[in-house]
Design a binder for this molecule. Structure first.
Ligand code: ADP
Length: 195
């Protein structure tokens, strides 16, 4: 029963670590970015609304994002625990998640903050642009996404730190080493895979 959040700037490696941790703990990794991309690709009404914001590196409006997450967390597979990758990203989203959890009589266990310096972030995102060709990985949009992260999402770390929930993890180095650091920090908080 683990409920955790992964917070970090674009390029910090959230998606990669989310997949590994999801396996380790046997909980679903829920990425709002992936859900939006799926909807854009399939041209659903949500995708059509989200696309412009994503292409500009802006956040999708809270009203759309919040209802998507409320719905997703009500699915059976998320009842016993989940890992949220890329949500919440705004204070309004923090409040929505608080309300979703308190309605269900549940609470968060830990917020994993993944860090990397901005040079490394830009380097990784430029590399991903070559490999994956994501529409929002162009230099201008990358810059905008980093700015939006700093202004809207970085402040959330303080909010969760005040609740004693933040484990700060260095996201530099080998992927497996970063995973090991996270697992160790979670173990130290009593969150083992059997918990
Ligand atoms: P990254 O962390 O690399 O920026 P994501 O895949 O998490 O990438 O998100 C891609 C885009 O999807 C964001 O730039 C934003 O437009 C949208 N998005 C994802 N999650 C959220 C969220 N919680 N709130 C608003 N927009 C979001």
């Amino acid at each position: 029963m683990t409920r955790l959040l992964l917070i970090g700037p674009p390029g910090a490696g959230k998606g990669t670590q989310a997949a590994l941790l999801s396996q380790h703990f046997g909980i679903p990794a829920i990425s709002t970015g992936d859900i939006f991309r799926y909807n854009v690709k399939n041209q659903t009404p949500l995708g059509v609304e989200a696309k412009g914001f994503m292409d500009r590196g802006e956040y999708v409006p809270d009203s759309l994002t919040n209802s998507l997450v409320r719905d997703r967390l009500s699915h059976d597979d998320a009842l016993g625990g989940f890992l949220l990758d890329g949500y919440p990203r705004t204070i309004d989203q923090v409040h929505e998640l608080d309300s979703i959890l308190s309605d269900a009589g549940k609470r968060l266990d830990v917020v994993v903050q993944l860090t990397a310096d901005s040079e490394e972030l830009v380097r990784r995102l430029a590399h991903r642009a070559e490999v994956e060709g994501r529409a929002d990985d162009t230099p201008d949009v990358i810059r905008r996404r980093l700015e939006v992260y700093e202004s809207q999402t970085a402040p959330l770390i303080d909010v969760y730190a005040a609740r004693g929930l933040v484990a700060m993890i260095d996201g530099l180095g080998e992927i497996a080493d970063v995973t090991a650091r996270i697992v160790e920090a979670l173990d130290a908080r009593g969150l083992t895979k059997d918990a």
